[in-house]
Design a protein around this ligand. Structure first.
Ligand SMILES: Cc1ncc(C[n+]2csc(CCOP(=O)(O)OP(=O)(O)O)c2C)c(N)n1
Ligand SMILES: [Mg+2]
Length: 338
């Protein structure tokens, strides 16, 4: 894990810091609530929580602009909230209800928002990488200056399709940022047991893709790296790789007892590296916010999250005939846009 480079009093506005604090805390509290609902049997199937990794997506969203696109894996609730999707719709989808983003038929790993340019939620490890590359291809073809973020894990970085994507993205100078969220584990396998070369950000070198390592527990460092990558892509220079070092505090999914690492390892990360506590410290020590103001933010978030859980519980299950809808498109997308 890289050491933190952010000074105690960085050159950012109080408002900016408060926004990051808010956005990261929203993800954390939302995920904690999802974990509770799972425990109560209200969420079924798989559920992969993002707790610990919040600074990655919040930092990168701060570097993105309206119209940029994002696609990620099954560990996707944080990405949805960070790009502005409605917590009610996300929670209702988790509980398989009509009010969910996929009308309760997709669940945790299969949500999309055309409005927010969120292209999923993908359960097949690495599958989102060629999809993100394709999104960037579309933007290049259309001649706009949009950028796509393709997020994937350290485990997914060992997939062959990632390198096919690197090749095409570099060849055609596609505006895609490959974001490797290196949380040190792929299910129960640590990176040291699975990965021959530890510096994943260097794996673009044979394709001529620049890459860098980023401290993913420091939202300001992530944002700065994101801005650099975005500028590179928007200038037409092709893809960029960010290997963001992070850590997940919970198991791989809700059914993981996490026997492959020690409690002390998790505790050490939580106490020494937590991204939310770090911003909290900056806010308080830099006198950007008072304890009372932060309490107020905490309360606002608690209300949003509780409301989303109530909405999810009250929304009805999808009607039986919904089984036969949303299987094939009625109109081909090209015709719909014409
Ligand atoms: C093609 C494929 N192989 C295996 C799996 C089972 N699987 C699900 S998640 C996972 C680990 C992926 O780890 P990583 O890419 O590091 O992402 P993280 O879960 O840490 O976010 C595996 C092997 C799968 N879903 N798809
Ligand atoms: Mg991983």
């Amino acid at each position: 894990m890289a050491t933190r480079k952010t000074p105690a009093k960085p050159n950012v506005s109080a408002e900016e810091l408060k926004t990051y604090y808010h956005d990261m805390l929203l993800i954390r509290r939302f995920e904690e609530k999802a974990g509770q609902l799972y425990g109560m049997g209200l969420i079924g199937g798989f559920c992969h929580l993002y707790i610990g990794q919040e600074a990655v997506v919040v930092g990168l969203e701060a570097a993105a602009e309206e119209g940029d696109k994002r696609v990620t894996s099954y560990r996707d609730h944080g990405h949805m909230l960070a790009c502005g999707m409605d917590p009610n719709g996300v929670m209702a989808e988790l509980t398989g209800r009509e009010g969910g983003y996929s009308k309760g038929k997709g669940g945790s790993m299969h949500m999309f928002s055309k409005e927010k340019n969120f292209y999923g939620g993908h359960g097949i490890v690495g599958a989102q990488v060629p999809i993100g590359t394709g999104l960037a291809f579309a933007d290049k073809y259309l001649g706009n200056d949009r950028v796509s973020f393709a997020y994937f894990g350290d485990g997914a970085a060992n997939q062959g399709q990632v390198y096919e994507s690197f090749n095409m993205a570099s060849l055609w100078k596609l505006p895609v940022i490959f974001v490797i969220e290196n949380n040190m584990y792929a299910m129960g396998t640590s990176q040291t047991r699975s990965t021959s070369s530890a510096e994943i950000y260097k794996r673009g070198e044979p394709y001529g893709i620049p890459g860098e390592e980023v401290d993913g527990m420091d939202v300001l460092a992530v944002k700065a790296a994101g801005e650099k990558a975005v500028a590179h892509c928007r200038a037409g220079k092709g893809p960029y790789i960010l290997e963001v070092k992070t850590y997940r505090y919970r198991g791989h999914s809700m059914s993981d007892p996490a026997k492959y690492r020690t409690r002390e390892e998790v505790q050490k990360m939580r106490t020494e590296k937590d991204a939310i506590e770090h911003v909290r410290d900056m806010l308080i020590t830099g006198k950007h916010a008072t304890e009372d103001e932060l309490k107020e933010i905490d309360k606002t978030i608690k209300d949003i999250v509780n409301k989303s859980a109530d909405f999810a519980k009250e929304s009805p299950e999808p009607a039986l005939d919904e089984l036969w809808t949303d299987i094939y498109a009625d109109v081909a997308p090209q015709e719909a846009d014409a």
